[in-house]
Each structure stands twice: as structure tokens, then as C-alpha cells.
Design a binder for this molecule. Sequence first.
Ligand SMILES: NC(=O)c1ccc[n+]([C@@H]2O[C@H](COP(=O)([O-])OP(=O)(O)OC[C@H]3O[C@@H](n4cnc5c(N)ncnc54)[C@H](O)[C@@H]3O)[C@@H](O)[C@H]2O)c1
Length: 447
Amino acid sequence: MNILHLDSNHPILLQQLQQAGFANEEDFFSSKAEVEAKIHQYQGIVIRSRFKIDKDFLDRARNLRFIARVGAGLESIDVEYAAAKGIELIAAPEGNRNAVAEHTLAMLLSLFNKLNKADREIRSGHWNREANRGHELDGKTVGIIGYGNMGKSFARKLRGFDVHVLCHDILQGVDDGNARQVTLAELQQQADVLSLHVPWTPLTDRMVDADFIDAFAKPFWLLNTSRGKNIVTADLVSALQSGKVLGAGLDVLEYEKSSFEHLFEDGHVPEAFRYLLDSDKVLLSPHIAGWTFESHEQLAQVIVDKIKALFSGNSVQETEMRRVTGIGGIFFKSKDPKALVAWYARHLGLKTDAYGSSFWWKDADGNDCMTQWSPFKDDTKYFDPSEKAFMQNFRVANLDKLLAQLKVEGVAVIGEPERFDYGSFGWILDPEGNKIELWEPKDSAFQ
Ligand SMILES: NC(=O)c1ccc[n+]([C@@H]2O[C@H](COP(=O)([O-])OP(=O)(O)OC[C@H]3O[C@@H](n4cnc5c(N)ncnc54)[C@H](O)[C@@H]3O)[C@@H](O)[C@H]2O)c1
């Protein structure tokens, strides 16, 4: 299976997919048109936010079986059209939900304690204690709209603060022990803090506007780590000016480009944004809530695990058979195997038994694997028909499939496979007459 990587990610993503038998190509710089011209060659795409995957792109991707987005949401992809074509969609919200929750909490505490404002003032020579008097979270009500991966993770972080946590979601019954699910009206009645964790959809686009804000019973603080276009910034600015919104922590902005890498399409700075820049009540960050060193690795790991769960095994082998997966053993002839084993134990510290020595290691999936080192009596018939003093043993993914394929390829296959509770064995000769043992192992039988 060929996978095209369109953005750079943590190196474990490529390494582990390679180890799992996928063929990977990186292309970080071609234009979308250039990628479209070759996309039919790939069965998988791994993308962050480089460009939109629309109908046109999907029509050209004739052989695509999955799109993996190294991030939480899938809104840069025409999800319905892709699903109708049977393309699997993979995202990784489990990889950055903790980061988003910690960032949201950091924004809330910083706003309540005026940390950024106070810091800026001290740096410009002002020691204003009264003007920087803070608020406490204790006893407040935090309302979370959108109680999915990020919303739930934020609620979990609030445990330990003495706050009431309410959640509102279009799905029923999503609440857990960390929040009580309520109607939007009740949330607007109770909340001192509103945190948005909804996707960007036709329902949430410009959801927080003047009417929505007016419906809150009390002045409140607003946090947005979801999507910038969920808020009408000009209406937020009016509410900050009137005091209905006490402060805002914004990790995402209405004006961001869809790739999230830049702010403005054309360099024009809107008036409402100028207000945000000048306001002491506003804390801004550049779409980095989910962007930590830890999430960089975790996002990659979640993507690898999901691709492997969907496509390892049969599907990978259909298009590209996995053959040798490691060294199973080194066997060689010896005049006196018993004495030799004792020599290796004494001088090289090998842990030996009557068969030689077993080395244990873990494969990329964390499975315990064994590799065997064994001297054989020099009159052994085990290396026949090879006359060499050595025999290699390779671990293989699927012995029967591999032997069938090797026969097709004209490789000399020796005898019939043999099956034991510790695995199946087959034998071939290389062009120089070296006998090679192929082993589809069941390592657990040795433990
Ligand atoms: N700032 C960042 O770095 C960052 C990182 C990760 C995710 N995000 C964003 O956070 C948001 C949430 O991500 P998630 O992984 O938790 O998504 P999710 O799908 O797991 O959860 C979203 C929840 O919102 C609910 N919802 C949808 N429309 C709603 C509506 N109109 N009213 C109320 N609830 C509604 C859904 O039913 C769902 O339970 C997304 O916008 C995502 O793009 C941002």
C-alpha cells in the first residue's frame, strides 16, 4: 500500500508505517495540481492542513482507501463525498485533547489573574496592584458547548477546582461525571465562563453573535479553542466594550486562513481585530492549543495505530506482501557444540541451554520476539542439501503465502513446510546454495 505524506510530522509516523510494511512517499512542496496529477498512484494520504480535499481531488484519487488527518477535526475534507466513495477517514483527537484542555485552562487562569496584562505593565515600568486584582474560579459555573473529545478533556482538567461544570451538546446523553448536560438556555442562565469546543459546521458558523451573547444572564468570560469562525468577532468586540463579555481567551480567530498557518489572506487588518490587539481583556494565541511537544508525538502515534488497525495484515498483503520481518536465528556447524556453548557462556556471558542461546527483543508493536543462536554437530543433516557451515533463519510474516510466491519467482524451495506449536518452518536455497530457514514464529510458546 502506497501512502503519500503531504505535511511533515513527528518521525515516528513514517518509521512505524515503514516497519509495518507500508510504502511511504513524502511530498511537502508540490502544488495541489501537481499532487492531483499523481494522486491515483496512492492508496493512502496523510495530511495536516495543507490544502482542502474536495470532490475534484477525490475524483482523481481513484485508488485512495484512506485519508488520515494528523489533527482533531476533518473539516478540510469533503467527508460525505469521501465516505460515499468508501474512503476511510482517520483523525487523531485523542492525540491533542489533553493539550487543548491544558491550554484552555491556562487561558482561563491567566485572564482571571490578569497575568499577561500585569506582566506587560511591569515591563513598561508600572507596578499596578489594584488595577490587576484577580478573580477566583472557586464557586463559579463553567459552561462548555460541544462535549466531545476536547470539551470532555477540559471538564476533566477542572476537577479539583471547586467549580460547577455544565455542558451543552446537540447529542443527548453525552455528559459524564465531570459535567452536567443542560439546555443551551440553562447554560446561558448559569454560566460565568463559556468555553467553546464545537466543530465548524453550518450550525456553529457565526454561532456566537450579538443575540447569543445577549441571552447570557450574567456578564461572562469567553474562551475559544475550537474554530475562529464560530464567533462573530465584531459582536464579541461590542460585548467587550459594553462589559457583557468580561474577557476573552482566543486561540483561534475568524480571520485565519483555512490552513491555520497564517492570519490574513491579504494583509488587511479588520477593525475588530485591532480592538482585540489593543484590549487588556483579551488573550490571544496563534492556534496552538493542541500544539505541544507531547501532542506532536501523540498525534503521530494515534494516526499510525489507526492506519495499522484498519489496514495491517490482509489489506497490506493484498497489494504488497510482507516477507521477512527479522532475523530468527544463526545456526552453524561445530565439532563440539556442548563445549562451544560453554565457552560462549563463560567468555561472552550468553545465557545458554542445550540448544545454544535465545535473545529476546520487542518488535515495533511491542510484542516479545525471540532470535536463536545455535551450534549444530558438524555431521548434522539439518543444513542439507547445503554444504555450507552456516544456516540463516529469517522470521517471516506469512510462511505459506511467501513460499507460494517464491515458487512463482523460481526460488528453490526445499521439502515441505513443518508446523510446531512454536511456529511453522520452510526452507529455500539462495543462488550460492546457502540454505535459508523461513520461520513464521509463535514466540509466546518459548516463554
Ligand atoms: N485550537 C486547537 O489547536 C484545536 C485542537 C484540537 C481541536 N480543535 C477544535 O476543537 C473542536 C472540538 O474538537 P473535538 O475533537 O472535541 O470534536 P468532537 O467531534 O469530538 O466534539 C464536538 C462536539 O460538539 C458537538 N456539537 C456539534 N455541533 C454542535 C452544536 N451546534 N451545538 C452544540 N454541540 C455541538 C458534537 O455533537 C460533539 O459532541 C473542533 O472545532 C476542533 O477543530 C482545536
